[in-house]
Ligand binder design. Structure first.
Ligand SMILES: [Zn+2]
Ligand SMILES: [Zn+2]
Length: 367
């Protein structure tokens, strides 16, 4: 991954921009803050590598020109590095890049640790993406798209970071087989890692991925949603996440589903609840009522003498079970609706009804 991308700074970022970005990431990803989290640790190692490269004007220039493929002191074991002596012909490093001897060697040792650790990390980064579904879509299920940006293997170089070319002189070491670099006035050298010291080269860095073997891609991914999925459910797509290093396996993609509420249905487990208004005379005399269900309308028999709040269950007409089992039920709750009773004739009928039915409906309360 591109060092600028890792730190989230642009290519013109000043040293203090880089420093600020590093501190911000360190506060979040430092291994001390996430003990026992190998992903965080692997990522933080890359952050540190990016920071060290971009803070050093020389290495940064080298990185900008060669895409970081030139084997600076960051690659390889310490024993390969040879201290060649001092060079006082140029200006010494100053300001932000000035270092003490202790820093310099700590630097070299720390980097060999970096190389070892990142080689043993699995290299996958899990991604988390939200998916919002309408109530009906959640009931139906099927494929739904999410758009995400992830780092995947570069197809142009098959993830190797290099493409085969006609054999020629190694550009990394100008054919000498040795690469040299300076820190302050000190000169180091080691065997050229690009050509393994042969001075010849049969590969060139892949231009598509800047020799990283990975590219960042924004694309739509089809998520298979099981019918009847519940609000807050998580779907995991193995191997659909990001890759954090060349040749590494991809992490997983986790989709957290939000289901929008329905204006009529309320879900409880796999049962759906629906309030059904019933007129007074219908409740008293019985009626066959049409009600909506997720799979179209259904007819329910409301028996004579039904009370307000009484429930009826329509087997299997609730939500499909996302686990693949039997569907839930549709539970309807009767809500008796009084007529307006404005006209004299209706009022007279109500009084008449009262005279015929003298039972005290509050007898239970005052016993
Ligand atoms: Zn490539
Ligand atoms: Zn070379």
């Amino acid at each position: 991954m591109d060092f600028y991308v890792i730190l989230g700074v642009d290519r013109a970022a000043s040293l203090s921009d880089v420093k600020r970005a590093y501190r911000r990431l360190a506060r979040k990803h430092h291994p001390d803050i996430n003990p026992g989290d190998p992903e965080s640790e692997a990522f933080f190692l890359r952050v540190t590598e990016a920071y060290e490269t971009l803070m050093d004007p020389e290495r940064r220039q080298d990185y900008d020109e060669h895409g970081g493929r030139r084997p600076g002191p960051s690659v390889g074991a310490v024993r390969d590095v040879e201290f060649e002596g001092f060079d006082f012909s140029g200006p010494a490093a100053s300001g932000e890049s000035a270092s003490t001897f202790g820093d310099l060697f700590a630097d070299v040792f720390a980097r060999s640790a970096v190389a070892r650790l990142s080689d043993s990390s699995p290299g996958g980064i899990d991604l988390h993406v939200p998916l919002r579904l309408g109530f009906e879509d959640a009931m139906r299920g099927g494929a739904h798209e999410v758009t995400l940006t992830r780092v995947v293997r570069c197809d142009a170089c098959r993830g190797t970071g290099a493409r085969l070319v006609a054999e020629g002189r190694c550009a990394g070491c100008a054919g000498s087989g040795q690469s040299r670099w300076t820190r302050g006035h000190m000169v180091f050298s080691r065997q050229c890692a690009e050509c393994g010291g042969s001075g010849r080269r049969r590969h060139r860095p892949c231009g598509v991925c800047r020799a990283e073997g990975m590219v960042s891609r924004t694309e739509a991914v089809d998520v298979p949603v099981p019918s009847g999925i519940t609000d807050g459910a998580r779907l995991r797509l193995a191997g659909q996440g990001s890759t954090s290093r060349r040749g590494g396996t991809a992490g997983d993609l986790t989709i957290t589903v939000t289901v929008e509420p329905h204006p009529l249905f309320r879900r409880e487990g796999d049962d759906l609840h629906l309030a059904v208004p019933v007129a007074v005379h219908e409740a008293a005399l019985g009626v066959r009522a049409e009600v909506p269900t997720v799979g179209g309308r259904a007819s329910v028999r409301i028996p004579p003498g039904t009370q307000s709040g009484q429930r009826f269950r329509l087997r299997g007409r609730g939500a499909p079970s996302p686990g693949g089992g039997a569907s839930g039920d549709l539970v309807i709750t009767v809500r008796i609706v009084l007529p307006q009773v404005i006209d004299e004739r209706s009022k007279e009928l109500m009084r008449e009804l009262g005279r015929l039915n003298t039972e005290d409906v509050r007898a239970e309360l005052l016993r």
